[in-house]
Design a protein around this ligand. Structure first.
Ligand code: ADP
Length: 350
């Protein structure tokens, strides 16, 4: 086992073993060897459960298929070498080495098949989510085009006395929805493809809060909502991407505005520890039932009950990706009917 662990650690083609401990690396080997011993004792003609699970076990540790195969090739070399040294006769060596080869071939075969099946399942999930995406986009665009079509048809059939104001309103709302959808889709696609990069700069949290307050206080007051801003005095300047921070905050603040019929909204920027700070948006709005909270960051997901409120279901999916681009995580705490708090936990240095 120690020869094998040393060979794996020394093999440059197996990179993922660097991230796992030697204990983790050797953990599974005794089980494999037990299976091999059983095979040699002719108790079993089949690779046993532990041997079959070898590839799966390694994938959970982050291995690629080529690394699993390389690791097994090293094991094969060591076992055959050891046998050549210790076997009594060359006939015994031949018989034993045939069994060892057959055993390892079984593991290689099973690991490869499992790997292919797993890839297939991942591709299927991806393909399903792409189809879902296509379905939602087509549906949204068709609704918008239908609305425009209806207005135009009405004009063709009417005697010219149609309610122009109402039509203009419908057209404007529809076009604005389409534009939001397309802007969001473009942002989302760029972020998903990794095209968007973070532009590092020094950000003064108090300045950021001031700009956001200037943008949102008025809309809040117009909607009859209180708007509070708190900046932790111990939070010093951070290194981040100011534009992305503004986009994250704007997404969270516009959501808070949309989903809060009464009460207020608070923007809080605070230091968490030596390396992390939090950007929080809290509201006293409609809140989200626990069973829907886990899905909020999925693209196109909208919680039930929000159908009548303008939205594309992409804002939080984009926000999550932006927060991750800045090296952070996002979480939500919410109670239906009482309000929500969205918090982006970000590093102080990018
Ligand atoms: P959109 O607002 O365009 O629907 P988002 O991705 O920004 O899309 O949000 C997804 C869903 O999360 C919303 O449809 C809504 O159901 C829920 N949500 C987001 N923010 C809030 C909030 N502050 N309060 C209550 N629900 C929210």
């Amino acid at each position: 086992m120690s020869s094998w662990v040393a060979a794996v650690l020394g093999n440059l083609e197996i990179q993922n073993c660097d991230g796992i401990s030697t204990t983790q690396l050797r953990d599974h080997l005794p089980k494999l060897l037990d299976d091999l011993a059983a095979r040699l004792d002719r108790q079993s003609h089949d690779a046993d459960a532990d041997a079959k699970a070898h590839g799966y076990f390694r994938w959970k540790q982050g291995y690629h298929l080529s690394e699993v195969l390389q690791e097994l090739a090293l094991l094969r070399g060591i076992l055959i070498g050891e046998m050549a040294q210790h076997s009594a006769s060359s006939e015994a060596t031949l018989a034993t080495s045939l069994t060892v080869h057959a055993f390892l071939d079984d593991i290689v075969r099973i690991s490869t098949v499992r790997f292919a099946e797993q890839q297939q399942a991942e591709l299927q999930t991806l393909s399903n989510s792409r189809l879902g995406l296509l379905h939602t986009i087509s549906h949204e665009v068709r609704n918008a085009v239908n609305a425009i079509h209806l207005v135009l048809e009405f004009h063709r059939d009417s005697d010219g006395l149609a309610d122009r104001e109402q039509d203009t309103h419908t057209l404007r709302r529809t076009v604005s929805h389409l534009r939001d959808l397309l802007d969001n889709l473009l942002d989302f696609a760029r972020l998903s493809e990794g095209e968007t990069k973070a532009e590092r700069a020094i950000v003064d949290p108090a300045e950021l809060a001031g700009e956001l307050e200037a943008t949102y206080r008025h809309s809040c007051e117009e909607a009859g909502l209180r708007f509070g801003v708190e900046v932790d005095p111990t939070l010093e300047k951070v290194e981040s991407d100011p534009l992305k921070l503004r986009q994250i905050s704007s997404n969270l603040l516009s959501n808070a505005l949309k989903y809060t019929p009464q009460g207020g909204i608070a923007l809080r920027l605070r230091s968490l520890d030596a390396t992390r700070w939090a950007l929080e948006v809290a509201d006293t709005g409609m809140g989200i039932e626990p069973e829907f909270q886990t899905r909020l960051f999925e693209e196109f997901y909208r919680a039930p009950g929000t159908e009548k409120i303008h939205g594309t279901g992409l804002g939080l999916a984009i926000t999550k990706r932006l927060v991750e681009l800045l090296g952070g995580t996002i979480r939500v705490e919410s109670k239906a009917g009482a309000g929500s708090t969205f918090a982006a936990i970000l590093p102080k240095r990018l």
